[in-house]
Design a protein around this ligand. Structure first.
Ligand SMILES: [Zn+2]
Ligand SMILES: [Zn+2]
Ligand SMILES: [Zn+2]
Ligand SMILES: [Zn+2]
Ligand SMILES: [Zn+2]
Length: 240
């Protein structure tokens, strides 16, 4: 970043904020990349590696030989708190999505971020109760898929959660859980089935009662109509 003279007046509003950080951890990416691979993709605001890179193309920076790059969320957060000012100095910001940078970043080599967190905890001397490792190495663009579908650290719900089983486990272990708890799951399903049967029976009882009431009302109504007819007939014959 280059130091530029800032125009007076607006300056008091211009507060750098970095409370929200959705850019990628630099330490994490440096485990699998050289510094030179990521140095062009450091977010102007949070100083981590940009996710959803935006380039700032305000004419005020035209003299800089390197583009200014910032993570989309960091920029959004900054703009909301700083009257849409550019993060370098107070002037209106003109960011655009940098597809080329996004593509490059997407191809950076990564290790599993959860493994990275665990390594860090172990380094800090924390006891980890589990002897789990995720040896995933891949590209940054495949991160979400890894976390959703393959990661040893990602816990998923038991298939019988809707029936009341609160067990969570790694995808790889779910099969064991299902096999070992067949009877338990069966009982859960039966329990729900029984309670549904009761509900249905209850509704049936109510509906029978309603039908009876309707029948009674119908009979009463017919009776009244018949009475009325007879009275009308009597009235006519009295007149004649
Ligand atoms: Zn950032
Ligand atoms: Zn600018
Ligand atoms: Zn802006
Ligand atoms: Zn993993
Ligand atoms: Zn279960």
């Amino acid at each position: 970043m280059q130091n530029e003279k800032t125009a007076g007046g607006e300056q008091s509003k211009w507060i750098p904020t970095s409370s929200v950080q959705t850019c990628y951890s630099k330490d994490w990416l440096l485990r699998t990349n050289e510094h030179k691979d990521i140095k062009d993709f450091i977010c102007l605001i949070c100083k981590q590696v940009v996710s959803s890179p935006m380039e700032l193309t305000c004419c005020q920076h035209e003299s800089l030989k390197d583009g200014l790059i910032v993570g989309e969320d960091c920029l959004k957060n900054f703009c909301e708190n700083n009257d849409n000012s550019c993060p370098t100095e107070p002037h209106e910001c003109k960011p655009f999505k940098s597809k080329a940078s996004k593509k490059f970043i997407g191809n950076l080599l990564i290790m599993c971020p959860k493994q990275f967190e665990q390594d860090k905890k172990i380094l800090q001397g924390a006891e980890t109760c589990e002897n789990i490792r995720c040896d995933f190495k891949g590209k940054l663009k495949d991160l979400q898929n890894h976390l959703d579908n393959e990661c040893f650290f990602t816990l998923i719900d038991c298939w019988f959660k809707p029936f009341g089983c609160d067990h969570k486990c790694r995808k790889q272990n779910l099969n064991d859980h299902l096999v070992l708890n067949m009877k338990y799951h069966f009982n859960l399903v039966m329990e729900l089935f029984q309670s549904m049967k009761q509900t249905i029976q209850l509704h049936r009882d109510i509906s029978n009662k309603l039908n009876l009431e309707i029948d009674t009302l119908k009979k009463e109504l017919n009776h009244k109509i018949e009475n009325l007819r007879q009275e009308t007939a009597k009235y006519h014959s009295d007149i004649e």
